[in-house]
Design a protein around this ligand. Sequence first.
Ligand code: GLN
Length: 384
Amino acid sequence: MLQQPSIISKLPNVGTTIFTVMSALAIEHKSINLGQGFPDFPMSEELVALVNKAMQHGNNQYVHGCGLPLLRERLAEKCNGLYGSSVSGDTEITVTPGGTYAIYTALTAVLQPGDEVIVFEPAYDSYIPNIEINGGVPVLVPLQHPDYSINWDLVRSKISPRTKMIMLNSPHNPSGTVLSSHDIEQLRSIVTGTGIFILSDEVYEHLIFDNMKHESILRYPDLFARSFVCFSFGKVYHCTGWKMGYCVAPDALMKEFRKVHQFNCFTCNSPVQFAIAEFLLQQDKYLQLGAFLQQKRDFFQAGMQQTKFKALPSHGSYFQLYDYSAISDETEKDFAIRVTKEYGVTGIPTSAFYKSGTDNKVLRFCFAKKEDTLNAAIERLQKL
Ligand code: GLN
């Protein structure tokens, strides 16, 4: 008998990501999709035209593997201008096919088998599989429900000689919490004088509300010296499907990141890089994002007051958590599926962001939608 090849899974406990599952369900049931995070309003026509122009001008071949030099230069100017850093586009920035890829690449560059990585839960659902596939061990620290703040004493108690990295995410997906200067101080007191790296997922850097300041790791040279900071153009320019982002890390760390990157995707889409390099000159296009999304958050929140859902505070990202305990005691997953099928609105069960499936009766809704879409969803949710 012929022997068949069979894979010994590197991710035996992983199924299909919740975003794919819930979006497919939303399509099947013609439900309003406030689940997976993506805007339903159009992106800038000007930026689309710039991509077109780049293609027509023949900018269709490989650019430098680390990213178009002009784009990296403009990104360095942007980072240094906004956060007072002094990063070099030449040696400290690499353009990547999305923020998730940047995170994966940083973990791959750093982790040795058995290395421990501190992860705050709820955590974006790629983090733990990304750690595990690289032989690392996620060490979970729950954020404190319902404000999702960090208990730094708990973090301290989880540090061991094997701790290789701490992963941060601010503004935070799914809770919308934002790191404070107190958090930065606590982080500093833990990592100073250790060999611990920081991975800072800052893809929602501009989606920050209520006059809060984005505590980018780029603001702090001592912390940046041990950090990989990951960003996404999809979140900034409403083009999640372009799958473009970048990583910023100090020279020595970036060298290792680039070794991994060059034999993975090698280089990213060229015309988009030419276009973004030009578009980045218009600072207002990203600086007004916070106000734009805050208005959407407030619009959605005001409408949701006519439902039995209770809003948990969101100060950033384009997500807000809603407690539904006044409606049902079903699990988050069952509730999310039933609301999709019976009421035609899709959210994400927050339990999907916990390895243990912690269930606080909370759904995540994405409010980066047209007002009509939000209104239609609210009208349906009022029936619950
Ligand atoms: N970041 C988006 C979210 O949290 C989804 C991205 C994806 O589907 N992988 O909804």
